[in-house]
Design a protein around this ligand. Structure first.
Ligand code: MTE
Length: 361
């Protein structure tokens, strides 16, 4: 098991398994999140993988099953592209403030980061294996192990074959120009831009083409969305919506709740991210809890696979103020006003308006 020393400014939410998120201010410091400040979401151990003996298996409904060494993998054409990863549990703490969510990590709003990834497009490797007719899903299996209900198993998940053949889906071995760090999946991970982070399987060891989605716990039970009326005791796991494309989201990173500011003009700054390759079309900011809105100025980005920073000058009156933001994506979809509208017992996909309470004067 790899021993990971985390950056002192990374906020460790859990030591084992290791889960950590950066501070809001660090997040908007640079468009590409430095590797040592990139959020870490792990469900099991961080495996130490020997690059010399590493093999990636491609099997299932394929004409030619493959077993690729790192050298084999690096003989495929490569690309470099930006992609933002966001955990489906990002912003769970706000859902917990509405109603309890036991046994899940209380993520703040920083379980999101952006990097430039280099690697082999997954479709190149799939083409070499030759998908057979009947293959509809691509299942991934990592080398890490976790335990649920007395069973030990490896982390996994799947995406539809149709998404896997898109050029942005990568088997990445490089993150921001450096070899992939152990905590982020060394030597190779999957990167599925536009999808919830859980599908970007780290320490990838096996890719299986199959008729149905993965039956791995993290696809079949976790990372599914249930109605607010469903709880852990009456859940029918099969009825949950399997999370794939992420919903449009935005967060205020500066100021942060609890800040004391002089009344008057303040520059409000944050990030916005759309799912499924859609772009961020607009971000609105309100100084009166959402009664009136001002359009924010959008920063660089906008490929649809990466976040966009934004900023807006707001005039704040003396006293306690609530600053709110909401984003619109290129399909004109926006965010719901309250966590109550999206609350679910696993605490996923919170994209309610983000609210920050400050004291001015
Ligand atoms: N892959 C493996 N093998 N094990 C994991 O626990 N966590 C997933 C995904 N891939 C996970 C994994 C989740 S839930 C997220 S949000 C992203 O990895 C986080 O990637 P990061 O740790 O590089 O930020």
């Amino acid at each position: 098991m790899a021993l990971i020393e985390t950056h002192p400014r990374l906020r460790v939410r859990q030591e084992s398994p290791l889960n950590a998120e950066p501070a809001p201010g660090d997040l908007i410091e640079s468009f590409r999140t430095p590797n040592d400040l990139f959020f870490i979401r792990s469900h099991g151990n961080i495996p130490t993988v020997d690059a010399g003996t590493y093999r990636l298996t491609i099997d299932g409904l394929v004409e030619s099953p493959l077993s690729l060494s790192l050298a084999d993998l690096r003989r495929f054409p490569r690309i470099t592209a930006g992609a933002t990863l966001q955990c489906a549990g990002n912003r769970r703490r706000e859902l917990i403030e509405f109603a309890p969510i036991p046994n899940e990590l209380p993520w703040g709003s920083e379980a999101i980061s952006n990097a430039e990834w280099s690697g082999v497009p997954l479709r190149e490797v799939l083409a070499a294996a030759g998908p057979k007719s009947g293959a509809l899903h691509v299942a991934f299996l990592g080398l890490d192990e976790t335990e649920r209900h007395g069973h030990r198993f490896q982390f996994g998940g799947s995406i539809p074959l149709e998404k896997a053949t898109h050029p942005e889906v990568l088997l990445a071995d490089t993150m921001n120009g450096e070899p992939l760090p152990p905590a982020h999946g060394a030597p190779v991970r999957v990167v599925i831009p536009g999808y919830i982070g859980a599908r970007s399987v780290k320490w990838i060891s096996r890719i299986t083409l199959q008729e149905a989605p993965s039956d791995n716990y993290f696809q079949a039970k976790a990372y599914r969305l249930f109605p607010a009326s469903t709880g852990p005791d009456d859940v029918d796991w099969d009825s949950g919506l399997m999370l794939g494309e992420a919903p449009v989201n935005s967060v205020i990173c500066s100021p942060v709740s609890g800040d004391r500011l002089p009344a008057g003009r303040v520059t409000v700054r944050g990030w916005a991210m759309a799912g499924g390759g859609r772009e961020i079309a607009r971000v609105d900011v309100s100084a009166d809890g959402g009664k009136t809105w001002k359009t924010a100025e959008l920063g660089a980005g906008g490929s649809g696979w990466t976040w966009r920073f934004w900023q807006a000058p707001l005039d704040l009156a003396p006293g306690e103020q609530e600053i709110v933001c909401r984003a619109f994506d290129s399909a004109a979809q926006t965010q719901p006003a309250h966590p109550s509208q999206v609350w679910n017992f696993k605490g996923y996909a919170n994209n309610a308006w983000h609210r920050v309470r400050v004291v001015c004067g």
